[in-house]
Design a protein around this ligand. Structure first.
Ligand code: FAD
Length: 539
């Protein structure tokens, strides 16, 4: 085949050399290849990205550059708006083909449409491939009759009629590149090198402990390490993992999947390989495959729902008259609610950038329908800033779930900010780690220090109201008030005064699944074991 293309690959997510079909398409039949990442300086200054995620991103780009270097190429890091950068590059490098991974987020769709128009004007061919998710969200929507499946069960039904996720593609190699030229100038470092955090106007001393370094190399190492725990992989049941262990009880592959340092398909098939070696394994929704399918679920729902990250104009979201209360919001955000379990989680989030799924449940429920009655959109913003894995679709979808605004409707199940954490960490070691002020509080008071006698507080060196805040709300009171408000909001939307899940689709599913569904009433992957599925566990 005659090699005539001058290709440019545009990295955005998908920060990896393995299983990257659009990257492979860039070198195929090309006589020249370059890869770029575009940093928008305005975005750097104004964006809602915490320092830990910036560090993760920069490390991921460094790793990508190292990987390309080993193949004889480099990563070209450019600054500016893509719509302004590309016309210059197309001309300067005589580009004939632009490749990138498809992205379904609304801002990305707009950006890419603009770049595609510009490319067309320059006579540049576009190759776009979907590899961020296991399935193409639009093909699942199509298979579901034009709308996204809005229950997990429905998703499984639709997927059961589709082919399994494709096997990962081989990593970019010298063989794939063949004789393709890889121009790298002697001025590469100064012209196109990766800026430091300081150069981006960020202060690295504000970053937290370096627990999850960014990059494909580290992501693949982590994935391999997790997959090597074959019994654990096969027995994995998300509800049985714990929110407050001092070492994560789940994989922490989320930041790597978010940036695409690890391919979802590589992880899916890695898990599948482990399954085939064992007699039995757990199943969705609680298994590791099940977790990846939750990811699909939200990606597909988000791709097919306008205004997915907002309450207003969002067809799947319950309209709730949330309160505005800056003081309560700040107390939640800064870990000063006076409920040690909630505060410890928020401190871990801010310092480390990752918290367990059930910890996310606890603080999200507390902010919204459980205690503070503040909109999930406010919580979404905070998570968006501080999470290493902050992901537009997953963040919005899970916040709607937790606030019983969509997908999950059992608003009467409320997490207790006192009892929930105690179940898996009686001694409160997690609280002691993230709230050192409570380090010496006796175990019987660690989840509710305000009930400790003054003498005990003095001895522990922590006076409630002085050294640690009093509870900002009385959980048992606000919870009841909020439940009534939620019932009212649902009655307005669904005309239901019952506690039943009355969304159209859930009702259809219920009919279809009949008694099977009734037997497993709570399909939430995060619900606790059957034994503990009583109201008291959630109150
Ligand atoms: P594991 O249990 O090891 O699961 C493996 C992978 O499956 C994860 O890395 C993730 O990609 C996917 N996954 C697991 N649970 C979910 C889920 N509930 N929804 C979608 N995908 C899932 N996850 C994000 O990646 N980004 C977010 O911005 C995000 N925001 C959330 C906000 C709230 C309020 C809640 C309750 C959950 C949120 N999650 C988000 C989902 C979930 O908490 C994290 O994906 C998970 O805790 C990451 O840890 P892990 O990699 O160890 O997960």
């Amino acid at each position: 085949m005659a090699k005539h293309q001058r290709s440019l690959h545009w990295f955005r997510k998908g920060l990896r050399l393995h299983d990257n079909p659009s990257l492979l398409a860039a070198v195929k039949g090309s006589k020249e290849f370059r890869a770029v990442f575009i940093l928008d300086p305005f975005f750097v200054k104004s964006s809602n990205i915490g320092i830990n995620r910036w560090r993760f991103l920069m490390e991921s780009l460094r790793d990508l550059d190292d990987g390309l270097k080993q193949l004889g190429s480099r990563l070209y890091v450019l600054r500016g708006q893509p719509s302004e950068v590309f016309p210059k590059l197309f001309t300067q490098w005589k580009v004939t083909r632009l490749t990138f991974e498809s992205d379904t987020e609304p801002y990305a769709v707009k950006r890419d449409d603009l770049v595609k128009t510009i490319a067309e004007e320059h006579g540049v061919e576009i190759i776009q491939k979907m590899s961020h998710t296991l399935y193409h969200p639009q093909s699942v929507i199509k298979a579901n009759g034009g709308t996204p499946p809005l229950t997990y069960q429905r998703l499984l039904t639709v997927l059961s009629k589709m082919t399994l996720p494709k096997q990962p593609e081989p990593a970019l190699s010298k063989e794939c590149i063949g004789g393709c030229a890889l121009p790298v100038g002697s001025d590469h470092e100064s012209e196109f090198g990766l800026p430091s955090l300081e150069e981006l106007g960020l202060d690295p001393s504000n970053a937290g402990p370096h627990l999850f370094p960014g990059g494909e190399t580290e992501g693949l190492r982590r994935m391999k390490e997790q997959l090597a725990r074959q019994d654990w992989v096969c027995k994995f049941e998300k509800p049985k993992t714990e929110p407050n262990t001092l070492k994560p009880s789940t994989t922490v592959l989320s930041p790597y999947l978010k940036f695409g340092c690890v391919s979802a398909r590589a992880f899916y098939h890695g898990v599948q390989d482990v399954y085939t070696r064992k007699k039995t394994h757990s199943k969705p929704p609680v298994s590791l495959h099940g977790q990846l399918l939750w990811r699909e679920f939200y990606y597909i729902a988000a791709a097919g729902t306008p205004n997915f990250d907002k309450m207003e104009g969002n067809s799947v979201c319950l309209q709730v008259p949330w309160d505005t209360n800056e003081e309560l919001l700040q107390a939640w955000k800064q870990g000063r609610t006076g409920y040690p379990f909630i505060d410890a989680i928020m401190i871990q989030l801010k310092q480390e950038g990752w918290i367990h799924h059930l910890a996310r449940h606890a603080v999200a429920c507390f902010l919204t329908r459980g205690d503070l009655w503040i909109s999930w959109e406010e919580g979404q913003k905070v998570f968006d800033k501080w999470l290493l894995d902050a992901d537009w679709s997953l963040n919005a979808g899970n916040w709607m779930w937790l606030s019983a605004s969509a997908f999950f409707h059992q608003y009467f199940r409320v997490y207790s900010p006192i009892a929930f954490g105690k179940k898996t960490d009686k001694n409160g070691d997690y609280i002691r780690k993230y709230l050192p002020v409570l380090k010496k509080m006796p175990t019987q008071y660690i989840y509710e220090p305000w009930i400790a006698p003054r003498s005990v507080q003095e001895k522990a060196g922590c006076l409630v109201g002085t050294d640690y805040p009093r509870p900002i709300v009385v959980h048992s009171d606000v919870m009841k008030r909020n439940m009534a408000r939620m019932k009212q909001a649902r009655a307005t939307k669904y005309g239901d005064k019952s506690n039943a899940d009355t969304t159209k689709e859930a009702m259809t599913d219920k009919k279809k699944e009949g008694s099977k569904k009734r037997k497993t009433k709570d399909t939430d992957k995060t619900s606790t074991s059957k034994k503990s599925k009583t109201l008291t566990d959630f109150y």
